[in-house]
Design a protein. Structure first.
Length: 741
């Protein structure tokens, strides 16, 4: 097989249905000796998607002599030539490798020296002398850095040509080294598994640019993995039935209307993924292996803990210490609260659940203190408190005056995505209390229970009526429903919470008991009735009013919306709020596609960045902008730099999803409720949104939307864990670990 490389000058023919193409190129390079005898242009024929004019491509195939049209090159594969582009060289020179060299200086170098600037500088650094923005110091930095990083240069410049940011390109290079280009050319979809912040869409862009066909087997497999992951993350199930996935994959693959795959071909690629160990197929139910096996191990860990010998506790002694703690704190616990404390201090594993105002946090404080009173020789590290998110951990710490961390930090999650503590290196602790467990998904549950010593007493606290986790699974609900673990339900609302119209509304929603009282104005909540098209105006008016009352948009006021798209979706409302309340910083902004980020904008991180100490869901403020390419975000004291090509990883956060708000509280919550949200409106979603409001709740919209959300049926998630922990009704014997191996 030979190659021909050149720039596309003209399309002579293109069949929309079959993608058969006949194009004319200017030849730049070839290893086919017979072509050199002809004109500097050549006709290329083959089946490939419509390519871009005036762009360089390399075609692989053979020369044919057509009886009518003469010499042609029949190609069966192609790739875009992006080893050296102006954009790639500019991105490389203005990256963090070259200290003090910004985009303007890099642009000046490429304008003056061309796309071969790097080679010219390596041959003779003095070629930089004629460029106005280059002083002797910068000249030395560029020449020295190029020399030090010559081996790395080719890889990074190639990656920059795909609009991959310097941060991301360096991650790829660190993972694959000098083989990066070859690895990606062979299978660009490997990036989905190996590089955390690169998903299917970015990998697919690269694949199509370097010549992968839309029906390439590796692309079909990547689409299947992508859709399986998207389904699990959207609906929270840990498996999906096989036939619907095949149908959905066929629709996705044929979005362009240029391919029409037989469903059996997709089935074959599912089988290939199963054989490769990436997908699990059990009775025509499919799961990602990366979900199924952790879920299976989670079940084993739980059964192991439940069947453990346990510790004989002196209940009378616990009650004695509890009485002393009540006297010391001048507090009187209810019978249910006392039961929760005693059960937690007696059992190796206890679940405490209840709604807002039932005293869950007070009980956590009591359990930790009384455990310390009973065990006199404990160090501060022997009792650990944690929650799934930073906001929830901070609230827990403030309420108990004890150090509380995220579960990730508790387990020693590092910048390479690994956990310090696991079954081989268990966490050292006598007592661990986890709050907001409803937010714990299957993978986090797996890592947590793997790292927990069998000797550690564990207390799980959460509201089982809240939304389940953002990620697949519903660990808290599955554990409660298993009937294998002692669960204490707190059902008494205490005096302070009884006076809250926000709390009373939350319980009305939970119990599906709505009356006209919902739409009356209260000191801490109100419902603004309006037509759907008026909702954005009322959101802006409500923000303005709250600011006049002393609340701040960045710290106190939060708009919660269930959907991203549409006239009242998160994306549009964020733009409107930005334009209304941050217009004065319009001169300081970075544009990324149809999104704009301005100085002092409130933003949210959408991925984990353990190397920077920040995680998915963290909210920060843009505090600085460097030219039109980089910005600094302050995440509660942690300052992180973002390149313009990293901006897919953050989003405006004046309005956020209700799922993203879990574990957080806000002084003022603005909650629009309109019929266009109907597909998302569910009772747990509304309940979770309402309970995020600390001081004031403003609902905006119509009665029908609220009623639909409260009374609509909400099916439970489908999980393997639920099945693995299910026992026969007649005897309910304790299962053995072998049942799950």
């Amino acid at each position: 097989m030979h190659f021909v490389e050149g720039e596309i000058q003209q399309y002579l023919f293109y069949n929309e249905e079959s993608s058969y193409s006949v194009i004319k190129i200017d030849i730049h390079d070839t290893d086919e000796p017979t072509i050199a005898r002809y004109e500097p242009t050549l006709i290329i024929c083959g089946f490939f998607p419509r390519l871009e004019l005036k762009q360089n491509y390399r075609f692989f195939g053979q020369v044919t002599d057509h009886p009518k049209y003469g010499i042609q090159f029949t190609a069966n594969r192609f790739e875009q030539v992006v080893e050296r582009s102006d954009r790639g060289v500019i991105e490389y020179l203005s990256s963090d490798l070259f200290k003090g060299i910004g985009p303007k200086t890099a642009q000046a170098i490429v304008t003056h020296l061309g796309v071969d600037a790097l080679d010219k500088i390596m041959d003779d650094p003095d070629v930089l002398d004629g460029i106005a923005l280059i002083n002797p110091g910068k000249k030395d930095i560029i020449a020295r850095t190029l020399k030090e990083n010559r081996q790395m240069e080719t890889t990074l410049v190639w990656l920059y040509g795909f609009m991959i940011s310097p941060r991301m390109a360096m991650k790829i290079y660190q993972r694959f080294g000098f083989a990066s280009v070859d690895v990606i050319k062979q299978n660009p979809y490997v990036l989905m598994n190996e590089i955390e912040q690169i998903g299917f869409k970015r990998a697919d862009e690269i694949a199509l640019k370097i010549g992968f066909s839309r029906d390439h087997p590796l692309r079909i497999q990547a689409v299947l993995l992508y859709l399986l992951s998207e389904y699990m993350n959207k609906f929270g199930d840990t498996y999906v039935d096989k036939e619907p996935l095949i149908d959905y994959a066929a629709q996705y693959l044929n979005q362009s209307g240029t391919i029409d795959l037989d469903l059996s071909v997709i089935g074959e690629q599912i089988d290939a993924l199963v054989m490769d160990g990436q997908v699990v197929d059990i009775e025509r139910r499919l799961s990602l292996a990366s979900i199924y096996f952790p879920e299976k191990a989670l079940a084993s860990s739980l059964i192991n803990r439940i069947q453990g010998p346990g510790e004989t506790a002196d209940t009378s002694m616990i009650e004695k210490y509890l009485d002393a703690f009540e006297r010391g704190q001048t507090i009187q616990y209810t019978d249910k609260q006392r039961q929760a404390i005693i059960t937690a201090l007696t059992n190796d594993l206890t679940i405490i659940t209840g709604g807002p105002g039932t005293g869950k946090t007070t009980i956590i404080d009591a359990i930790a203190h009384i455990f310390s009173m009973i065990h006199h020789n404990l160090s501060a590290d022997d009792i650990k408190l944690a929650a799934p998110t930073g906001k929830a951990a901070k609230r827990l710490s403030e309420a108990t005056s004890r150090e509380a961390t995220t579960i990730h930090r508790l387990l020693g999650y590092d910048y390479e995505g690994r956990f310090t503590y696991d079954k081989h290196h268990p966490l050292r602790a006598e007592l661990v209390i986890i709050d907001e467990v409803s937010m714990m998904d299957t993978l986090l549950g797996y890592h947590f229970f793997q790292a927990l010593s069998s000797k550690t007493k564990l207390v799980l606290v959460g509201d089982h009526n809240q939304l389940p986790s953002v990620g697949p699974g519903q660990v808290l609900s599955d554990l409660i429903d298993s009937s294998l673990i002692d669960v204490v339900y707190l059902d008494r609302i205490h005096r302070q919470a009884q006076d809250s119209a926000i709390v009373s509304l939350a319980y009305d929603v939970l119990h599906q008991h709505l009356s006209e009282e919902v739409f009356k104005r209260h000191p801490d909540r109100e419902f603004i009735l309006c037509r759907e098209h008026m909702v954005p105006d009322y959101i802006l008016k409500s923000i303005h009013s709250a600011r006049q009352s002393g609340y701040t948009l960045l710290d106190d006021i939060q708009v919660l919306i269930p959907m991203y798209k549409g006239a009242n979706g998160i994306d549009r409302i964020n733009q409107l709020i930005q334009e209304r309340f941050n217009a004065h910083n319009k001169a300081y902004q970075i544009v990324s596609g149809d999104r704009r980020f301005r100085l002092n904008d409130k933003v949210m991180l959408l991925v984990n960045q353990p190397e920077d100490g920040v995680m998915n869901g963290d909210i920060g403020i843009i505090t600085d902008m460097i030219e039109d390419k980089e910005m600094i975000v302050d995440f509660s004291g942690i300052h992180v730099k973002y390149n313009v090509n990293d901006l897919d990883n953050i989003t405006l956060a004046y309005a956020i999803s209700i799922h993203k708000a879990q574990g957080s509280e806000f002084r003022v919550v603005i909650l629009p409720l309109v019929r266009s949200y109907r597909i998302m409106l569910k009772r747990k979603l509304l309940y979770t949104a309402i309970t995020r409001a600390k001081e004031h709740l403003i609902m905006i919209g119509d009665k029908e939307a609220l009623h639909y959300g409260v009374y609509d049926h909400e099916p439970p998630r489908k999980t393997w864990l639920r099945e693995m922990l299910k026992l026969p009704e007649e005897t309910k014997p304790k299962p053995t670990i072998a049942d799950f191996m």
